[in-house]
Design a protein around this ligand. Structure first.
Ligand SMILES: [Zn+2]
Length: 193
């Protein structure tokens, strides 16, 4: 992690790179690797709780597949139920297209990148490189006394604070009418009115 929903600003930021990208795809992709954490903790308590979906090989294949499924079939009813966003816009935005698939891949990729920075172990090159051999740069930076676990804790807090600030900026930027539409479907291109 950071705390999973705090990955949202990364997906939001990616949507600014190219308007043709799918906003829901980026958002779902950017949180999807963390679905493995609970599964691994519950069913495979002897394994690391970040593993397959936090590796490039697993995240960009299985992770993308799960993200596409979730964007198409779970995102619309959840966002509609919780935020009452326009159903037609939601359905249109969540149709499976090459752009949506690419957006899911990008979201998952950047989730893995962000996690690498602040984790004390990283399965990015699993199963070829031992996750315990890759310590996040922020962890090393914050491990003043050489205590990796303390460095991890500080890096975690540091990155989560940044993400909360970014969330607030995004909410303030989009405040007003249709806030939730912009938060969950992105800003519509000017041409579409
Ligand atoms: Zn994660």
């Amino acid at each position: 992690m950071p705390f999973t929903p705090l990955h949202y600003p990364v997906g939001y930021g990616l949507s600014k790179v190219d308007r043709r990208l799918s906003f829901p795809g980026l958002i779902v992709g950017s949180v999807i690797p963390d679905v493995e954490v609970l599964v691994l903790r519950f069913f495979f308590p002897n394994l690391l709780d970040h593993l397959v979906l936090h590796s490039l090989v697993g995240g960009l294949t299985l992770g993308t597949l799960i993200a596409v499924f979730v964007t198409r079939f779970l995102y619309p009813p959840i966002i509609l139920g919780l935020f009452g966003v326009n159903r037609k816009l939601l359905d249109d935005a969540c149709k499976i297209t090459p752009s949506l698939v690419l957006s899911c891949i990008m979201g998952a990729f950047f989730h893995i990148l962000v996690d690498i920075s602040m984790h004390w172990y990283n399965p990015v090159f699993w199963p070829w490189v031992n996750p315990l051999d890759i310590v996040g740069p922020l962890v090393l930076l914050f491990a003043f006394e050489g205590d990796i676990q303390l460095g991890f804790l500080r890096a975690n807090v540091f990155l989560n604070v940044i993400m909360v600030i970014l969330w607030l900026i995004i909410l303030i930027r989009n405040r007003g009418e249709n806030l939730w539409e912009r938060i969950w479907l992105g800003e519509r291109p000017p041409s579409s009115g």
